[in-house]
Design a protein. Structure first.
Length: 151
């Protein structure tokens, strides 16, 4: 759209954090702000886990999972509505489905071939991140987390 400028990720996060975003009559909503790699393309998959069981990639054990529409201008925000995540401890994993095949592709060593990320942005190491290093508390108020994808 001519004249339309994308809201920078930090500005969107600040808007979501303003008073009034939370409604005291419900469980909190979760906003997952995903920062993409330069020149990346493809939808973002997200998985929300209530425990270490299946984290980070077993869709069958995720409490919530899905794909976003194609991201815009290097970022996307995924909203998990109130009531879908009761207060508790969670970890989120995301990946960008660059080739559009609906799954995270790995090389012969099991290393992801597509950009990945997790809540709390753990430092890359050998093997997938652990639930405990990615976990955050979700209460009765709205929460915004930021995840930066890594190649």
């Amino acid at each position: 759209m001519k004249g339309f400028k994308a809201l920078p990720l930090f500005a969107l996060v600040m808007v979501l954090a303003l008073p009034g975003f939370a409604d005291s009559n419900h469980e909190g909503r979760l906003a997952i702000a995903v920062k993409l790699l330069p020149r990346s393309h493809g939808p973002i998959a997200y998985l929300v886990f209530p425990s270490a069981d299946g984290f980070p990639g077993d869709t069958a054990k995720a409490l919530r999972h899905g794909f976003t529409v194609r991201p815009y201008n290097g970022q996307t925000v995924i909203m998990i509505d109130a009531g879908l995540l009761p207060p508790g401890r969670y970890a989120v994993s995301v990946y960008q489905d660059v080739n559009g095949n609906g799954r995270l592709d790995h090389n012969f060593l099991g290393i992801p071939k597509e950009p990945v990320g997790a809540s709390e942005n753990p430092k890359p190491r050998m093997g997938p991140p652990r639930f405990d290093e990615c976990a955050f508390a979700m209460g009765a108020t709205d929460k915004t987390i930021e995840i930066s994808l890594v190649p």
